[in-house]
Ligand binder design. Structure first.
Ligand code: HEM
Ligand code: MG
Length: 263
């Protein structure tokens, strides 16, 4: 009786704090089986491996996705909902209410060129983790603690490689917004948000194993990740992609232009 009361209280407590079905766990983990879907997103794959998302990677409804992002990673409900809504376009069915991890593989819908850890579609498989590609990114991760500059340098380098060698290289301004979000994501989930830094081993472990780095001591953020956190971190990465150093005010710029063009 006591046990029933306790479990009832716990169940209600959980249901009250999070309206989504509780599922998955930080300690439970199994890779995809032969009939399971996985995609180009290391985090969606990770959440499926931990069964926060359906382990088969199919039928990912708003309830399932928002539940996973809030419970496993401590995104707040509204950011998690926006992410789900943005992903629905990946399902080719009109008025879809769910997507699968396989839908995310459709090239140039959400999946794009110059990924940090996957080949461009032109060169082969655009969704399986690729150690050689990842190595070309991590060359720029030059310290044990990653900052926005190192992450941004890896991103620019991947774009330059693709632009130089992939005749189908495509990267629109919409792609840029998603890409900046992806580069910022490891700091938001595994790092220190105020200083915009993250422990390199946590990020490498996550990419390479598609597993949350609990065994390396990671715990989810204490404060729910908000839209302003996401926007700020995306902006920090965007600023760090600039190849121009220092700052020059407009009057200097004008003077220099006058000098060069003689008027
Ligand atoms: C990449 C979807 C949430 C981390 C991607 C890509 C897709 C995607 C389609 C492939 C882009 C490319 O071609 O590189 C989604 C969806 C999400 C979600 C639908 C939620 C509804 C997250 C979260 C994280 C994350 C919460 C947090 C760590 C990443 C990273 C990449 C990525 C780091 C880049 C992989 C690479 O460049 O190799 N995501 N994502 N994603 N995603 Fe997600
Ligand atoms: Mg890609």
């Amino acid at each position: 009786m006591k046990l029933t009361l306790l479990s009832t209280t716990l169940t209600f407590g959980l249901a009250f704090s999070n309206p989504h079905r509780a599922r998955g766990s930080l300690t439970e983990w199994a890779p995809a089986g032969p009939d399971d879907f996985r995609g180009p997103c290391p985090m969606m794959n990770t959440l499926a491996n931990h069964a926060f998302l359906n382990h088969n990677g199919k039928n990912l409804t708003q309830d399932v996705v928002v539940g996973a992002l809030t419970q496993a990673l401590n995104f707040n409900e509204s950011v998690a909902t926006i992410m789900f809504q943005q992903a629905l376009i990946a399902n080719p069915e009109p008025n879809a209410t769910f997507f699968s991890l396989d839908d995310l593989n459709r090239h140039n819908i959400l999946e794009h060129d110059a990924s940090m850890s996957r080949l461009d579609a032109f060169f082969g498989n655009n969704h399986i983790f690729n150690q050689i590609v990842f190595d070309t990114t991590t060359v720029f991760w030059t310290a044990d603690t990653l900052d926005a500059n190192m992450l941004a340098n890896g991103k620019i380098s991947r774009q330059l490689q693709s632009k130089a060698f992939n005749p189908n290289y495509t990267f629109t301004s919409t792609t840029e917004q998603f890409s900046l979000g992806e580069v910022a994501a490891p700091i938001l989930i595994f790092g220190d948000i105020p200083s915009a830094t993250v422990n390199k081993s946590l990020v490498e472990f996550f990419f390479q194993n598609e597993k949350l780095p609990v065994e390396l001591g990671w715990t989810k953020q204490a404060n729910a990740i908000s839209l302003s956190d996401v926007l700020r971190m995306t902006q920090v990465i965007s600023n760090a992609t600039s190849l121009i150093t220092g700052s020059s005010d407009a009057s200097h710029a004008t003077k220099r232009r006058d000098f060069h063009f003689g008027f």
